[in-house]
Design a protein around this ligand. Structure first.
Ligand SMILES: Nc1ncnc2c1ncn2[C@@H]1O[C@H](COP(=O)(O)OP(=O)(O)OP(=O)(O)O)[C@@H](O)[C@H]1O
Ligand SMILES: [Mg+2]
Length: 251
């Protein structure tokens, strides 16, 4: 059986009156890429924030590497969180820092490495996402696709065990989307580890996913190997994958 790196177990979460997750369970297979799909506002980004320990559920458990995030001390949580990197929906770079300094930031914050080592690791990280000669550029000098890749470089610079990508290809043209998808696959090949990708981009999902989970009305209603989900007869999954207005999903 595949081993599990992270999991939600019977998680319920609400923001005020709004119930976002209700008895939601999901296993994330170690060393695989799992894509989470679902309607806008379904709670996909919220799942990533739970797994990164940024928020806690109202009930249920969130596990990372067999540790229950809901029952760990703040100190231990900080150690666990270093094994996780979140590549944000919008590549949030600090405008006043060069790309190189942005990428190096997690190393400066969390390690005792010396400056030459930090610089070398940050340069290597940029190279591994296909970016050369951008170390001294400012974020506003890069295109959207390049910024995304710089964001990935920053996410991998600490060699995390789990990378969370939130809508990595949203808003990019098909060619850049393809490049970004390949970058995610390449990074996994090169550095191993587990990845979760939230995406609406079916081309990209079919290219990179090992597993797909569909979130609907607060819970995972379909989960399995990508080919199985593609062939799923669940009418909700079918409607979503075909982008149809007709079906059980309320519009
Ligand atoms: N901090 C918060 N306070 C209040 N409501 C929140 C908060 N964060 C998220 N929500 C609500 O929770 C729901 C799920 O949000 P989430 O961002 O997880 O959705 P999503 O599936 O990622 O959507 P999208 O595809 O549009 O990014 C939304 O209704 C959102 O308004
Ligand atoms: Mg989101």
């Amino acid at each position: 059986m595949a081993s599990i790196y992270a999991a939600l177990d019977d998680v319920s979460l609400r923001f005020g009156e709004r119930i976002v997750l209700e008895n939601c369970s999901l296993d994330i297979v170690k060393d695989a890429i799992t894509c989470i799909i679902g309607m806008s506002g379904a709670g996909k980004s919220t799942i990533l924030r739970l797994l990164d320990g940024l928020i806690v559920p109202n009930s249920g458990h969130v596990y990372l590497n067999e540790r229950d995030l809901c029952h760990t001390s703040e100190r231990e949580l900080n150690v666990l969180r270093r094994k996780v990197s979140l590549a944000f929906q919008f590549a949030a770079m600090l405008d006043s820092l060069t790309i190189g300094d942005n990428v190096a930031l997690p190393l400066r914050e969390h390690t005792d490495l010396h400056e030459p080592q930090i610089r070398k690791i940050a340069e290597d990280a940029l190279e591994s996402v296909g970016l050369q000669n951008v170390y001294h550029q400012l974020p506003n000098q890069l295109s959207g696709g390049m910024l995304k890749r710089a964001g990935f470089a920053r996410a991998i610079v600490t060699r995390p065990e789990l990378i969370l990508y939130d809508e990595p290809t949203t808003g990019l043209d098909p060619i850049v989307s393809h490049l970004i998808t390949n970058t995610i696959v390449d990074l996994r090949k090169k550095f191993g580890g587990t990845a979760i990708v939230i995406s609406h981009d079916l081309h990209s999902i079919y290219r990179m996913a090992d597993y797909v989970a569909m979130l609907f009305e607060g819970a995972i209603i379909a989960y399995g190997p990508v080919e199985e989900i593609r062939r799923s007869e669940n009418p909700i999954v079918q409607q979503f994958l075909h982008g149809s207005e007709v079906g059980p999903i309320p519009l």
